[in-house]
Design a protein around this ligand. Structure first.
Ligand SMILES: [Zn+2]
Length: 372
């Protein structure tokens, strides 16, 4: 078996002080900080920003970006004009890291980008080459953005979503800081935990699965099943948080080799048209898709066996969501007669066709009905 060096990201598990210390000792002169002003307050990083300012020529992009669009990228790139950064330090959830990847993808020292040129580059799947490093510090445990080479850019007009996907976009360095994830409330903890679970399960049954991928996925799922519930009860327990951070990195590594499948594909219109948080939207169809895929991917019984102790996948999801998160479409203002329209936009190339079983529109409508 050929072993691919599948992750060039230098991943370090550290505490907050170690993260700060390391960030003050990079060999850069010009640094861009992507971190919302709100996050700076929430994670008590005001003093750290001042230290960065005295150590580097710092450009701080402090706008809060959730689900980056061509418009938010253009605003960021405008601010970067003439700055010629050597690195982008992104501290935040998956969106902050995706935003940093988007900036690297389209930054060019002499080119000016408009919403139109960014859209054109997204459509042509072109990126700009530059030597900017990305340092990712995820504050939630689940997106895996710190170890993947892609990012999602959501269309400003909400018509579609784009994916930028290039080796150069994989972060050079990732600091995993469990203390940050301990600031997340119950809902965010659950939705990001479920996103990690979906990454692991989808990589397990993906058409590109491998024994290596399945081992990473099994470990990740096992940790989530064992600890996510506990974390909800003891949100400030850092050693429990560290477990879920590990689960997230493991599932990130697993799906960085396979990409996702039907659940992610079906989730995109749910997030875009109905603002259902990403992790919730992918978890909504996890049990249904698992059942349909059953028997069509290697070592399927080992995957299902992981959930045997909690009464199967559906029961597990209900238990962990409790009263905090609903996985029912009707709770998000979706009318039953809209399901065929949603199904129409549920086919993302590279995701749906990466599912071991082929689904047509009617199959997706059926899956959506079951989760209604
Ligand atoms: Zn995801």
């Amino acid at each position: 078996m050929k072993y691919n060096d599948f992750c060039r990201t230098d991943i370090e598990f550290v505490n907050v002080e170690q993260m700060k210390e390391a960030c003050l000792h990079f060999d850069y002169k010009k640094l861009v900080l992507v971190m919302s002003k709100r996050a700076g307050v929430r994670y008590e990083l005001e003093r750290f920003v001042r230290d960065l300012e005295s150590r580097y020529e710092l450009l701080w992009l402090g706008e809060s970006v959730s689900y980056p669009t061509q418009k938010t990228l253009k605003e960021g790139l405008d601010a970067l004009k003439g700055f010629e950064p050597e690195a982008i330090l992104a501290i935040g959830g998956g969106s902050a890291i995706d935003y940093a990847k988007g900036m690297k993808a389209f930054y060019h020292s002499t080119e000016y980008q408009t919403v139109e040129t960014i859209t054109e580059l997204l459509q042509k799947k072109e990126i700009r080459r530059n030597p900017i490093d990305i340092i990712a510090v995820p504050t939630t445990a689940g997106t895996g953005a710190e170890v993947t080479k892609w990012a999602t850019i959501w269309d400003s007009e909400s018509k579609c979503k784009y994916s930028i996907d290039r080796e150069e976009l994989k972060p050079d360095k990732a600091f995993i800081v469990p203390e940050f994830t301990a600031r997340a409330g119950g809902e965010l903890t659950i939705t990001t935990g479920l996103d990690s679970l979906a990454h692991a399960m989808e990589s397990y049954w993906s058409k590109k699965t491998s024994p290596l991928v399945r081992q990473l996925a099994v470990r990740s799922i096992g940790i989530t099943i064992e600890y996510l519930d506990q974390i909800i009860k003891e949100p400030e327990n850092i050693s429990l948080r560290e477990k879920q951070c590990l689960a997230s990195v493991l599932s990130g590594l697993a799906f960085s080799m396979t990409r996702t499948t039907a659940c992610h594909s079906i989730s995109y219109p749910l997030t875009m048209q109905y603002q259902i948080p990403h992790g919730t939207a992918v978890a909504m169809t996890l049990a249904q898709v698992a059942e349909k895929n059953s028997g069509s991917f290697p070592e399927a019984e080992d995957l299902f066996a992981l959930f045997a102790g909690c009464g199967g996948i559906r029961n597990y999801l209900e238990q962990v969501c409790g009263e905090t998160v609903s996985l029912r479409l009707r709770d998000y203002g979706i009318a039953r007669d809209k399901l065929p329209v949603i199904a129409q936009s549920a086919f993302t190339l590279g995701r749906m066709d990466n599912n071991p079983v082929e689904f047509n529109r009617q199959d997706v409508v059926e899956i959506l009905k079951q989760t209604f």
